[in-house]
Design a protein around this ligand. Structure first.
Ligand SMILES: Nc1ncnc2c1ncn2[C@@H]1O[C@H](COP(=O)(O)OP(=O)(O)OP(=O)(O)O)[C@@H](O)[C@H]1O
Ligand SMILES: [Mg+2]
Length: 363
């Protein structure tokens, strides 16, 4: 049983960079938690503090029952998988897998058992005699994971383990890691800057921004109810449309907004959000309460199964992108209208960027 708990954890590097500012998290036993956020937001720092590779300036980290603040990495019973694999080039795959166990003076037959088992799980049994340079990127990544698995640790920590792989292999390895974690049931913390990777891997996502937690939730919670403008713009691709509400209303770029579909007491700098995939060009399927956006096409990105229409809202009230199923060619300058249902709208206070819900909206 390995829960990981962070209480008000902070990190200030020598020189004064405040990389992590009071983060508290409860990671459940067997949970797959993904830390996501832009470059420099503190993801690796937080992970390295859990691993013991970085000291903690303030706060407390527990792994299982133990407070680990002052424990060496080797005493924490965790295994870390890095982006650059960190395999020993002069050793065979088998030796790479055995290395950490031999260091711990484990019995030979137990080492052999664990190596065979991990090699079987990862499908690398036929590669055990090779050197890392004789492997593909995906195979190296499997060996790196194998080295973590053979330790049978209480938790896995991953720091962007797939970012050196090409797009197709990344998708495949993502599925393998997810499957592996499920079958082993080992508590895992996984760092990525790729929101799609976060969405597909995580039991829960932690969105980090500037060393602070913006939101914690399941992928669907974070997608459907982003807690802030930052999360709204970070999660989802293409990004959520964010429109200054008052300006769009004044310039008649939005029609059909009634009191009930807008939270009461919004400030004049409030921002309206709507995802491109929650909008429909034309009137098809528009309900009686549909909200309409009037815009002029500036460009169309056709990606095969769907097209993204980009445009300027009427009166220059902002930019908008709308998803259309199928392949479309639209001339720039075409004037269009897109509709959405009021419950697909998001609202954020301008100054704080915090989400504002309508009264009675599902929480
Ligand atoms: N050893 C260090 N000394 C001083 N500052 C550091 C050190 N390591 C990281 N930082 C700073 O701390 C902040 C967080 O860095 P961190 O590496 O944790 O970010 P990250 O979210 O992992 O970014 P990336 O996605 O680029 O890997 C950054 O501002 C970085 O410059
Ligand atoms: Mg990093």
């Amino acid at each position: 049983m390995t829960a990981i708990t962070l209480r008000n954890v902070s990190k200030t590097y020598p020189g004064g960079v405040e990389a992590i500012k009071g983060v508290s998290l409860d990671i459940g036993d067997g949970e797959f938690l993904v830390l996501v956020g832009p470059s420099g937001c503190g993801k690796s720092t937080l992970l390295r503090m859990i691993a013991g590779l970085e000291t903690i300036t303030a706060g407390e980290i527990s792994i299982g029952e133990r407070v680990v603040n002052n424990l060496e990495p080797a005493e924490r019973d965790i295994a870390m998988v890095f982006q650059n694999y960190a395999l020993y080039p002069h050793m065979s795959v088998r030796q790479n897998l055995e290395y950490g166990l031999k260091n711990r003076r484990m019995a030979r037959d137990e080492i052999a058992r664990r190596v065979e088992k991990a090699a079987g799980i990862l499908g690398i049994a036929e590669l055990l005699a090779r050197k890392p340079r004789q492997l593909s990127g995906g195979q190296r990544q499997r060996v790196a994971m194998g080295r973590a698995i053979v330790r049978e640790p209480a938790a896995f920590l991953f720091d962007e383990p797939l970012s050196n792989l090409d797009a197709k292999l990344r998708v495949q390895m993502r599925a393998e890691i997810r499957h592996l974690q499920r079958s082993l049931g080992t508590t895992s913390v996984y760092v990525t800057h790729d929101q799609l990777e976060a969405m597909t891997l995580a039991d829960r996502i932690v969105v980090l921004n500037g060393g602070v937690v913006e939101q914690v939730g399941t992928p669907m919670e974070v997608y459907e109810r982003p807690a802030s403008l930052f999360v709204a713009s970070f999660i989802g691709s293409p990004a959520m449309n964010l429109v200054p509400l008052q300006q769009a209303r004044e310039r008649a770029a939005i029609a059909g907004l009634v009191n009930g579909s807008v939270p009461s007491g919004l400030s004049t700098d409030a921002v309206l959000g709507v995802r491109p995939e929650d909008m429909t060009v034309g009137e098809n399927g528009a309900g009686a309460d549909a909200v309409r956006f009037a815009f002029t096409v500036t460009a169309v990105e056709a990606v095969g199964a769907e097209s993204y229409v980009h445009g300027n809202l009427q009166g220059g009230a902002g930019d908008i992108a709308v998803r259309m199923p199928g392949y479309h060619r639209l001339e720039p300058g075409t004037v269009l209208s897109a509709v959405t249902a009021p419950e697909k709208l998001h609202f954020f206070a301008g100054a704080s960027g915090q989400r504002v819900d309508r009264a009675g909206a599902a929480q």
